[in-house]
Design a binder for this molecule. Structure first.
Ligand SMILES: CN(C)c1ccccc1CNc1ccc(C(N)=O)cn1
Length: 243
């Protein structure tokens, strides 16, 4: 997957996109990420990337020309252009999965009070919002989307993990995870996880996911619904809790 990021602050991406899993994915050549500094495509003497809003009002607006010039300089092949903004379609795991199948993603990171409307009209395929809050710029939102999407690209996580998540994550919350030591300050690892009985372990994990989701995100359960077996598992979980 090829990712191009149009931003005024490329340095903001260094930490998150050059560490850990995303760093390895780039070293393996599974993902390539390019940063295009919009300021390099300004045309005036002062390298102006923003200007006062028509109609007056506080703050500045990102100019359209530098963004379009930068965009047109990107070699494209089946590219999909995303703008991060509070008005965008709400980002979630399902959306991440859709995007992880694209060959080439272009991210436009706005700053200031917003971006000239003609950027949306001319080059944006989809606007994305990572949540109902306002950030100083689209960069952090882009990092969130890139992180969630890149980990779903085959080979990035090592297929066994993502395959399992694919099957299991069907809108359920995670089960509890444990690793050594077995006992930490009196807190023990559940016996079933030490049993080596993978059928029992998978059932226990499914039950935990169902209980977790029921108590923390009942809305997800309403959307997803439960099979007969899952209902039985959940009721067993309630009884075990009540004991
Ligand atoms: C300055 N603003 C309001 C703005 C306005 C228009 C475009 C970009 C921005 C940059 N800010 C963003 C971006 C994304 C999100 C989000 N929730 O995904 C929140 N804020």
């Amino acid at each position: 997957m090829k990712i191009d990021i149009l931003t005024l602050f490329p340095e903001m991406f260094n930490g998150p996109l050059n560490s850990s899993i995303l760093k390895k994915a780039q070293e393996k050549g599974i993902i390539t990420i390019n940063y295009i500094n919009i300021r390099d495509f300004t045309t005036d003497r002062h390298h102006q990337a923003d200007d006062k809003p028509y109609g007056g009002g506080a703050g500045m607006v990102m100019k359209v020309e530098p963004v379009i010039n930068a965009y047109e300089a990107i070699p494209k092949n089946n590219s999909f252009t995303i703008m991060l903004s509070p008005q965008g379609r709400k980002f979630n795991q399902k959306f991440a999965r859709e995007l992880s199948r694209k060959e080439h993603l272009i991210f436009i990171c706005g700053h200031y009070e917003g971006i000239d409307e003609r950027v949306r009209q001319l080059i944006v395929d989809e606007e994305i919002s990572i949540g109902d809050y306002v950030l100083t710029g689209g960069e952090i939102a882009a990092m969130v989307v890139i992180d969630a999407v890149a980990r779903l690209v085959p080979g990035v996580l090592g297929d066994e993990v993502s395959a399992e998540e694919e099957s299991f994550s069907d809108q359920l919350l995670e089960y509890p995870h444990y690793t050594r030591p077995r006992n930490f300050r009196g807190l023990e690892v559940p016996e079933v996880l030490l049993s080596g009985n993978h059928k029992k372990i998978d059932l226990w994990r499914k039950k935990q996911s169902l209980l977790n989701t029921f108590f923390r995100r009942r809305d997800l359960l309403k959307i997803r619904g439960l099979t007969k077996e899952e209902k039985i598992l959940l009721w067993q979980g309630f009884f075990e809790l009540a004991m």
